[in-house]
Design a protein around this ligand. Structure first.
Ligand code: HEC
Length: 122
């Protein structure tokens, strides 16, 4: 049962990513943004709660990738978190930094497709 739930969640995540993938292209265009965003993501310790590739860390922080979300929602969460996440004001994380972190998150590829995992074909 547990295994089945995991597979269901994986499939749901993949579908959500496929649906949002087209939107994620726009902000990754500035050269070096994703690499810079990755460094900022590590520097600001986002990874401690959200995982090094945004995979989420259970109760510590939700999954951030691969599942692009609207930039406005991202910005709101950073400047004015809705619950327990620390706030990241402009003073510490500039708008450019935000855009680059977002570009990094949007660039994280989905894992192997469910249909390409031999075990799932059985
Ligand atoms: C101390 C743990 C912690 C750190 C550090 C942290 N977050 Fe969060 N984050 C959370 C939690 C918990 C939530 C759930 C909402 C809330 O509590 O405000 C969240 C929510 C989010 C969301 C909304 C996701 C969703 O699906 O609703 C985004 C985007 C986000 N964080 C990005 C970041 C980024 C980028 C950084 C680094 C600059 C960061 N977070 C650092 C704990 C953290």
């Amino acid at each position: 049962m547990r295994k089945l739930t995991g597979i269901t969640l994986l499939a749901a995540g993949l579908l959500a990513f496929a649906a949002g993938a087209a939107d994620s292209e726009a902000l990754t265009s500035s050269p070096g943004a994703t690499e810079r965003g990755k460094q900022l993501y590590m520097k600001h310790i986002c990874y401690s709660c959200h995982g090094t590739v945004g995979q989420g860390g259970g109760k510590a922080g939700p999954k951030l990738a691969p599942q692009p979300f609207p930039y406005d929602a991202f910005e709101n969460q950073m400047r004015d978190p809705r619950n327990v996440m620390p706030r990241y004001p402009e003073k510490f994380v500039s708008s450019q930094d935000l855009a680059d972190i977002y570009a990094y998150l949007a660039s994280i590829p989905a894992g192997t497709k469910a249909g390409d995992i031999p075990l799932l074909k059985k």
